[in-house]
Design a protein around this ligand. Structure first.
Ligand code: EPU
Length: 432
């Protein structure tokens, strides 16, 4: 087990490169099951979630080879089953988006149900509703979903649930629909840039999809797709996290090779907090002076503020000059980072899906645990700003979605070490 040790208090300065988007890479990797020809993906982030997906695809009979630092060649082998391995699926909820491609190409899929999730209740009812509407026969028990079909047929499907649209649910149904017979209309589709990227990838493979980026996707089913050479979009959440790092440390950070148009809601919150943002094409620069200004924020499906930025922005507002309000509308229970922030000196109150943050002038280092990916990112940000040493256990959670975070932060001047967990237990000793 690795942990991250941060000696905070240094304003971060410099430039980092955005990695490819994790949440685009995972469904696009799943979609590689849909073609019988080799595909080459570029700008694939090297993350543990991506490793989990590539291992699952290998187990399902694909051949995957890294041909460059971020380039992945995927080829079918002509063999492969329909049962996703339990030990891999349990590591990552996004494995559920293999259901659509397996049904469309192999006529069946058995998918262990992913376990509980610390960010709250994450049902897959809308995924199953959509796939059933396309003609899948789906049975569930306590542990698994069993799906089969004699042939998918286009349908009109409303993917909107009580909390709005579903990102991976839209992806799942879209992947099934591109090989279904006839026309599918997906209403209430998620508009997230990662869903758009999946649709763009499928179109590049020969799929017929219109309405990309809108709430209604129209798909004319095809009998086959071809291989393609495709570049994934940059990671707007990783980029937003680095901009928050500039803000919380009173620093000056640029993130390059970005799509700033994907980040408007995040940039608006940063600007309201007093961070100066400049946009020079694909590079965003954030300059901040402490104290930051308090603000109000509310998460919502795209183009609203991403829930995946809420913990990081919450950490940032812990050192603002006044009271901030946070409303979490996508995952109302996504506040597991709060107790750890409190241990670091933050003054926060949570009530149902709302949090109130009373800004303090300084945080202090503490030993804390990353309960999930973005909660972990929030603790890293707090550690960068805190006085003294912060030791974050559960680095594996953070590395599910951030590529080499310690290296990237060190390049910006942070004092960050990655250590074997034992090192923190032995006070005062440093790794060799
Ligand atoms: N929902 C349902 N029924 C469903 C599916 C979802 O009620 O069948 C609800 C959820 O409970 C939630 C809301 O709809 O309240 C939105 O969930 P969504 O399905 O959109 O989430 P997801 O597709 O499972 C993706 C990202 C998450 C991100 C959410 C929301 C990937 C791999 N995951 O999850 O990313 O938080 O969209 O934007 O794309 C992360 O990267 O840290 C992460 C958790």
């Amino acid at each position: 087990m690795q942990e991250l040790v941060i000696r905070g208090g240094r304003p971060l300065q410099g430039t980092v490169d955005a990695s490819g988007a994790k949440n685009a890479a995972l469904p696009v990797l799943a979609a590689s099951l849909l073609t019988q020809e080799p595909t080459v993906l570029h700008r694939v982030p090297r993350l543990t979630d991506v490793e989990t997906m590539t291992a699952t695809l290998r187990a399902l009979g694909l051949e995957l080879e890294w041909t460059g630092p971020a380039d992945l060649r995927i080829a079918p082998t002509g063999t492969g089953g329909t049962v996703a391995p339990r030990e891999l699926v349990r590591r990552m909820r996004a494995s559920v988006c293999l259901l659509g491609p397996l049904l469309a190409t192999r006529g069946a899929a058995t998918m262990p149900l992913p376990g509980g999730c610390v960010i709250g209740h994450r049902p897959i009812d809308l995924h199953l509703k959509g796939l059933r509407a396309l003609g899948a026969d789906i049975r569930e028990d306590e542990h698994q979903v069993y799906a089969r079909t004699d042939g998918l047929k286009g349908a009109r499907i409303d993917m909107c649930g009580p909390r709005g649209s579903t990102v991976l649910g839209t992806a799942n149904v879209l992947m099934a629909a591109v090989l279904a017979e006839g026309e599918t209309v997906i209403e209430g589709a998620a508009r997230e840039p990662e869903v758009q990227d999946l649709a763009d990838y499928l179109v590049a493979c020969g799929a017929q999809i219109s309405g990309i980026g809108t709430r209604t996707l129209r798909v004319a089913g095809r009998s086959r797709l071809h291989g393609v050479d495709y570049h994934l979009i940059p990671d707007r959440i990783e980029a937003g996290t680095f901009l928050c790092a500039a803000a919380i440390t009173g620093g000056d950070v640029s993130v390059k090779n970005l799509r700033p148009e994907h980040m408007e809601a995040t940039l608006k919150v940063l600007q309201e907090a007093g961070v100066r943002i400049s946009d020079t094409g694909g590079t965003l620069r954030a300059r901040a002076e402490r104290p930051l200004q308090p603000t109000r924020l509310a998460t919502a499906p795209y183009p609203g503020l991403p829930t995946d930025m809420q913990p990081q922005l919450t950490a940032m507002l812990c050192v603002a000059n006044g009271i901030s309000e946070v409303q979490e509308n996508v995952y109302p229970e996504r506040f597991t980072h709060m107790p750890a922030l409190q241990r670091m000196g933050a003054r926060v109150e949570c009530d149902s899906s709302r949090a109130r943050i009373y800004g303090v002038s300084a945080l202090h280092g503490a030993r804390v645990i990353a309960t999930d990916l973005r909660a972990g990112a929030a603790l890293v940000l707090a550690g960068l700003a805190a006085e003294g040493e912060t030791c974050i256990k559960g680095l594996n959670q953070i590395e599910r979605g951030y590529q080499t975070p310690a290296l990237k932060l060190r390049a910006l001047g942070a004092d960050v070490q990655r250590r074997e967990a034992d090192w923190c237990e032995r006070r005062g000793r440093r790794p060799a």
